[in-house]
Design a binder for this molecule. Structure first.
Ligand code: SAH
Ligand code: SF4
Length: 377
């Protein structure tokens, strides 16, 4: 039997094309869309608005499949983390962070990350590949399976109400798949998570920021972490390609208003970026951009070369920003006991040797820009 096609991750027009290919009318695609994304059904036999023979024909050609849950862990604070395995054996992590009456699902966009930011555990993982739209949508569906949150209810009252693209990987290095996945997730007749409830976090891939604003208009978060090029070059290799002035210029052009501000994420590294002078320079740097801050206490991981700033120092930094008129909450670390917090994600099973990374470069699987910067480790 030829391989079955997974319908999860097909755009609406692709699903319609599949139906046309088997001689079905376009409205079948609409019905399927509802079963797959609104009801969360995986078994064609349960799709009762479709006639029996059609259900059988669909089952002969297609599947409705999420990534396999290889491991599920729940933290003492309720944070839940899944290690998800994809069809080729690669793995990535997805995290759910519950709040009182809602919560955010943190999705990964790549297996690993090519960017080797010095403070980030994900960046130490050499094997990297982009996740497909199916794998990105599938993460959210798997999380909802785990909480039995089907069918998609109205926007209010969901446990899994928000989405943050803050897991493994740099989403703007995988823009096409991320955009396709988000359009599926935002579709009002399916999963229907509004763009106002979605935040994409980027380390600052300047040329893609504009497209993200124009085509997706989701909330934007920038991993800033340093206020001089000198320090940011050292902490985040991408700054060598897109330095601070260019980054700020692209943010001034991003669609924002006072209700929709750009979030600047700032990881608090002891004696590295946490002085009052840094805070003041930060205020100067983002002047004119509707902004808010998210101060992230550094989360340690095995082998990390940094320490987290002292609580008092973080509070002083936060006060300085607050007094300049900005919201600057200190993010409460969540799920640290299961290594689910920011920057701690990594799929252990896929660590590979540097020589293999070079082979991948030679084979054209990744390009030079997307390889780890050798001198940084
Ligand atoms: N690649 C994207 C999205 C994923 S990272 C980006 O960099 O924005 C999500 C956030 O966690 C980023 O702000 C990242 O800089 C931060 N982070 C990485 N390592 C961290 C650590 N060890 N402790 C705290 N935050 C960390
Ligand atoms: Fe990649 Fe973001 Fe981690 Fe940097 S902080 S290595 S861009 S995941």
């Amino acid at each position: 039997m030829s391989e079955l096609i997974n319908l999860v991750g097909l755009a609406r027009d692709e699903l319609a094309a599949e139906m046309a290919a088997i001689g079905e009318k376009p409205f079948r695609a609409k019905q399927l869309w509802h079963w797959i994304y609104n009801r969360g059904v995986t078994d064609f036999a349960a799709m009762t608005t479709l006639a029996g023979p059609l259900r059988e024909r669909l089952a002969e050609r297609y599947v409705v499949q999420r990534p396999r849950v290889a491991r599920e862990q729940t933290s003492a604070d309720g944070t839940r983390k899944w290690l998800l395995a994809f069809a080729d054996g690669n793995e990535a992590e997805t995290v759910y962070i519950p709040e009182d009456d809602r919560g955010a699902v943190c999705l990964s966009s790549q297996v690993g990350c090519t960017l080797t930011c010095k403070f980030c555990h994900t960046g130490t993982q050499l094997l990297v590949r982009n996740l497909t739209a199916s794998e990105i949508v599938g993460q959210f569906m798997a999380a909802r399976d785990s909480y039995g949150e089907w069918p998609s209810s109205d926007d209010g009252g969901r446990l899994l109400s928000n989405i943050v693209l803050m897991g493994m990987g740099e989403p703007l290095f995988n823009y096409d798949n991320v955009a396709k996945a988000l359009k599926i997730i935002m579709d009002g007749e399916g999963i229907a998570v509004s763009k106002r409830r979605i935040t994409l976090s980027t380390s600052g891939v300047v040329p893609m920021i504009r497209r993200c604003g124009e085509e997706l208009a989701v909330n934007l978060a920038i991993s800033l972490h340093a206020v001089t090029d000198e320090l940011r070059d050292r902490l985040m290799p991408i700054n060598r390609k897109y330095p601070l002035t260019e980054l700020m210029r692209s943010l001034r052009a991003y669609p924002t208003n006072n209700a929709r501000r750009i979030t600047f994420e700032y990881v608090m590294l002891k004696d590295v970026n946490d002085s009052l002078a840094d805070a003041r320079e930060l205020i100067r740097l983002i002047d004119g951009i509707p902004a808010k801050f998210n101060l992230i206490p550094f989360n340690k991981w095995p082998g990390a070369e940094f320490d987290c700033s002292d609580r008092k120092v973080i509070e002083r930094f936060s006060d300085e920003l607050f007094n300049a008129g900005y919201s600057a909450p200190i993010r409460q670390p969540r799920g640290t006991d299961i290594l689910a917090a920011c920057g701690q994600l990594k799929s252990d099973s896929q660590r590979i040797r540097a020589s293999l990374a070079r082979e991948r470069l030679a084979a054209g699987i990744v390009d030079e820009d997307h390889l780890p910067v050798p001198q940084s480790r």
